[in-house]
Design a protein around this ligand. Structure first.
Ligand code: HEM
Length: 117
């Protein structure tokens, strides 16, 4: 069961890597827009994150406050990314600071995950 949990954690990290990697690519290309690849990374991180909340046969002591805040931040990232993509399609893009906010929120979630035990 512990191996299975580690596999799900790996999938969660792959989702994070896709999400943050896609964001860095857009920042480096100076496009400052959310992309479908970011949606995919977010979806993978979300599904694997929810599965990670299962006890996996052991009596885990979850930090539910941390998990709740991470979930809330993920919803805000998803909303910002969705609005950013639909506004870009209508040629009325969101201001650039919203793109930087998305990156900061992704990093905040990763920092919460590793720093707040
Ligand atoms: C952008 C969104 C997210 C990012 C960047 C992220 C990042 C991470 C990282 C880097 C870890 C590894 C921590 C470690 O093992 O030291 C982790 C673990 C974990 N994540 Fe996430 N996560 C996100 C969203 C979520 C969501 C939405 C949930 C639950 C609903 C969640 C639940 C968990 C759980 C249960 C663990 C393993 C146990 C723990 O360290 O708390 N994550 N996450």
């Amino acid at each position: 069961m512990e191996i299975l949990r580690h596999v799900v954690l790996l999938v969660h990290l792959v989702g994070f890597a896709i999400l943050f990697g896609a964001w860095v690519v857009e920042a480096a290309a100076r496009r400052f827009q959310a992309t479908r690849l970011m949606d995919l990374g977010l979806l993978i991180a979300f599904v694997a994150g929810v599965v990670l909340c299962a006890p996996f046969g052991r009596d885990y002591d979850f930090n539910w406050a941390k998990i709740g805040i991470k979930l809330g931040i993920l919803v805000v990232i998803g909303a910002l990314a969705g609005i950013s993509r639909s506004r870009a399609k209508k040629n009325t893009p969101l201001p650039t600071w919203t793109f930087w906010l998305i990156g900061a929120l992704i990093l905040a979630n990763a920092a919460l995950a590793v720093i707040w035990r």
